[in-house]
Design a binder for this molecule. Structure first.
Ligand code: NAP
Length: 546
């Protein structure tokens, strides 16, 4: 609709623009952003490092990778045609099915023609005179565009432990988030998995089934709860399809956009019998119900949280035959739900198998990787394959990898060195015409729901800028400071913010990420959207629109 306005602005620049907008990343966020910006009539290019679409679901092809939110709540909601056409085969679908879904979306909406694959963005510099961005790729190509939108993911920069000798190992080794497309043959082999977060747990369950022997290297255990995955029969899928409007409406109303919603009762407002019966039903239920649908005080009241942790600890003891192993699997440094809860399918039973051994890296630190395996303080272990499930430089890591320079050469990495600061998680002062999908301090949770909202909001803003001949849209420092105060206020009182995890900005493998910072917005999604809507309704009066 507003190609004319933008084109006129472009031709008045010293250098013409290559695109109206560049989107960095071709995952769930980038694909939808492309769809929406094209709808505005803009000339858009998506730059994607991989050779295919899907982002998270393209890179994380490790054995056992699957959704741990209900599939039918985790796809796109914007197209009825797509909802009518696509059937989810399981409550929590696996990576191959999710990647097929992403490919279907790309084909159905003819997205590929505007996506450049194998295109890794290394720099993005703002040109103040021309009010546009120069985006440079690893191969040296530079494109100029009025707007850039980062769709680079929260958890997309894999991090390796700082073990000596990683490269010395002679057998195949990889990180779960970089699993090779051709796969790794681990059946009948001696395998090591390092790390027991959500990725490690999924991989361990699967690999243990066919490996000759699996050794799990665990530093700190996590509280894992049953996923209870199952196939979705055809008639149930039809029923789900008929209820999509109500399912997505429910997601809009809950705190973190999941279909599960907090129980308004307090832990101590019910009898012990009622409490235990409720927790039993949550433990028997699917997905994040036990985390997101628990008593309202479970994540803020220490005693409530301790009782819940004791309940899950008892479950672990019931399920793991060897008491010492069970004890090793029970977290001692954080309460239930204060870190991201890995969802499991017979994970604890894996440790009852003869071909599986659990090694505590707290008792037996890794000294180095050798040509043939892993040397700990206690012994040399020999392996054929080593898998690192050691997580990601989360939230800001993908930004740090790109040399992003705004007005006056301001560097985003330096600006965020003490922790990120944004306006509604989408904009940053001194970085005009740059928008972030799922940026720091935007509402997270059920990510596709949050992504769709961010993309729609950004698209409306870009549409408004084009309509009104705005060449430069920027969040002023005052608006950023106000959002930061709001985010800080919302973080108060949450037990999770007292714990080291990627959600509090900690990654011990990354320089400068050893102290806790507020990287996450902890308020509710409806409250977040209300704030964002107010900005749009005021005609963006909080922003500088030049
Ligand atoms: P993670 O939760 O950060 O877990 C990394 C694991 O590696 C932890 O057990 C950590 O131990 C260990 N580790 C890291 N560096 C180490 C070192 N130097 N020495 C020893 N151990 C080390 O990463 P993740 O499992 O990849 O999960 C990250 C996030 O991705 C999840 O929280 C979730 O949001 C998302 N995810 C989602 C799904 C899904 O939806 N289906 C699946 C997988 C992941 P410590 O705990 O001691 O640091």
């Amino acid at each position: 609709m507003n190609q004319t306005a933008l084109a006129e602005n472009s031709t008045s620049n010293a250098d013409a623009l290559d695109f109206d907008a560049i989107v960095i990343g071709g995952g769930i966020s980038g694909m939808y952003q492309l769809y929406r910006l094209r709808e505005l009539g803009l000339k858009v290019r998506v730059l994607e490092t991989g050779t295919g679409v899907g982002g998270t679901w393209y890179w994380n092809r490790y054995p056992g990778a699957r959704f741990d939110s209900e599939s039918y709540s985790y796809g796109y909601s914007f197209s009825k045609e797509l909802l009518d056409e696509w059937d989810w085969s399981e409550s929590f679908s696996g990576q191959p099915e999710i990647e097929r879904y992403c490919n279907l979306v790309a084909d159905k909406f003819d997205l590929r023609k505007d996506i450049q694959f194998s295109a890794r963005v290394t720099a993005a510099h703002y040109d103040e005179g021309a009010c546009c961005w120069a985006v440079t790729l690893a191969d040296g190509t530079t494109y100029r565009a009025r707007f850039i939108v980062s769709a680079i993911g929260l958890l997309s920069t894999p991090t390796m432990p700082k073990f000596d000798g990683i490269e010395d190992f002679k057998g195949p080794w990889t990180h779960t988030g970089l699993w090779p497309k051709e796969g790794i043959d681990y059946a009948g082999k001696r395998v090591a998995v390092v790390g027991t977060g959500a990725s490690g747990v999924q991989a361990i369950q699967e690999i243990s089934k066919t490996a000759k022997h699996l050794t799990v290297f665990q530093r700190r255990p996590n509280w894992c709860t049953p996923l209870h995955n199952r196939p979705i029969p055809k008639d149930e899928m039809e029923d789900i399809r008929s209820r999509y409007p109500e399912i997505f409406q429910r997601c809009l109303e809950t705190a973190a956009c999941f279909i599960h919603t907090v129980d308004l009762r307090g832990t101590f407002e019910v009898t012990e019998e009622e409490r235990n019966a409720f927790w039993e039903s949550l433990y028997a239920g699917q997905g994040f119900g036990i985390w997101q649908g628990n008593f309202r005080d479970m994540l803020i009241d220490r005693e409530a949280n301790r009782l819940m942790s004791d309940f899950v600890a008892d479950k672990i003891r019931e399920r793991v035959t060897d008491p010492k192993t069970a004890d090793m699997l029970i977290p001692k440094d954080h309460g239930f739900g204060t870190r991201r809860v890995p969802q499991e399918t017979k994970y604890y039973e894996v440790y009852n198998r003869d071909n599986v051994k659990l090694v505590s890296m707290l008792e037996e630190p890794v000294e180095r990787i050798t040509e043939t395996g892993i040397r700990t303080s206690a012994q040399d272990y020999e392996f054929d394959v080593i898998i690192y499930a050691t997580g990601f430089d989360a939230v800001t890591g993908a930004f740090d990898k790109i040399d992003i320079q705004g007005k006056g050469g301001a560097r985003l990495k330096e600006k965020w060195s003490g922790g990120p600061r944004t306006f509604v998680g989408v904009m940053v002062d001194d970085f005009p015409n740059m928008f972030m999908i799922m940026g720091p301090h935007a509402a997270l949770g059920n990510n596709p729901r949050s992504i769709e909202y961010n993309v729609d909001w950004i698209s409306r803003l870009i549409g408004h800028a084009s309509d009104n001949g705005v060449r430069q849209a920027e969040a002023p420092a005052k608006a950023v400071a106000e959002w930061h105060s709001f985010v800080s206020e919302k973080a108060e009182g949450l037990l999770s913010n007292e714990i080291d995890s990627w959600m509090t900005g900690i990654n011990l493998n990354v320089e400068g990420k050893q102290t806790r910072t507020i990287v996450r917005y902890s308020g509710t999604a409806p409250e977040y959207r209300e704030k964002c809507e107010a900005v749009a309704a005021s005609g963006y009066e909080d922003l500088n629109m030049d």
